[in-house]
Design a protein around this ligand. Structure first.
Ligand code: NI
Length: 258
């Protein structure tokens, strides 16, 4: 069985002690590839050093995370862009809008998102990993303004309703499904039940959003298998089918050769 964790921050300090074991455990669970979204200029070196060490297993995405945007958004973006131009990068991410905590830098966030959408557009529709929190309408407005027929990439940690799911799928995106699916009262289960498997990819967002029954502990790529099992249960299909289809979807979403 082959699984892909399409969104995981295993380059973080939380994994400094045991990254070798973490990757080993992931492989034993069938997780053969992990896609690493960048956060900001403090994490770029960590992302690339892990991807260079684990070639054909860890893949880098480069972008400026909305929660890290400051007044000096221009300076932040130019540093990130240099890496997009020089390094081996499979996607722009994670990028987007996050209005959950505050809206202090709302304007700068929107500017950063639009600019990074532009990077993707100029690079032959490079895949995107989109972070959307309390900002669905604003994200949609930016995507519409970008005026592209079809996007590549993933709406990471999708938390919207069925109507929103259909909207982003129509634009070319896949839905990233993670640990939230295992939480009690998650309306996400209903969405997952109704949306075809051909539109879903798996992710952990490790070290965050740890699935049940490990909630409260650090998340890691191995647990992407728990998400796959949960989807199989909800859709009443086999785990093998979930693995096969979501892995194929991940290759398509990130424009990689299988
Ligand atoms: Ni993330």
């Amino acid at each position: 069985m082959k699984l892909i964790d399409t969104h995981t921050h295993i380059y973080g300090e939380e994994f400094d002690e045991d990254i070798v074991e973490v990757i080993q455990r992931a492989k034993v669970a069938g997780v053969e590839k992990m896609f690493l979204p960048n956060i900001d200029i403090t994490s770029t070196d960590r992302v690339f050093s892990l991807c260079e060490k684990y070639k054909n297993c860890c893949y880098a995405m480069m972008g400026l995370y909305p929660g890290s945007v400051t007044k000096d958004v221009e300076g932040q973006l130019s540093e990130i862009l240099a890496f997009v131009e020089k390094k081996d990068v499979i996607a722009i991410g994670e990028i987007g809008l996050d209005f959950y905590w505050d809206k202090d830098f709302a304007e700068e966030q929107i500017y950063a998102f639009q600019t990074q959408l532009d990077w993707s557009k100029k690079r032959d529709n490079m895949p995107l990993s989109i972070h959307c929190r309390k900002a669905f309408d604003e994200i949609l407005a930016c995507l519409k303004q970008d005026n592209r027929l079809k996007f590549n990439g993933v709406f990471h940690c999708f938390g919207g309703d069925k109507r929103q799911a259909e909207k982003v799928i129509e634009m070319g995106f896949y839905l990233g499904i993670g640990g939230v699916l295992t939480f009690k009262n998650a309306h996400l289960a209903e969405v997952v039940k109704e949306i075809p498997l051909s539109n879903l990819v798996l992710e952990t967002d490790a070290p965050y959003l740890t699935p049940v029954p490990h909630r409260g502990k650090r998340n890691e790529p191995e647990y992407v298998r728990i998400i796959a099992e949960k989807i199989a249960e909800i859709k009443e299909i086999s785990l093998d089918e979930v693995a096969e289809v979501t892995t194929e979807n991940a290759f398509k979403a990130f424009q990689l050769q299988n």
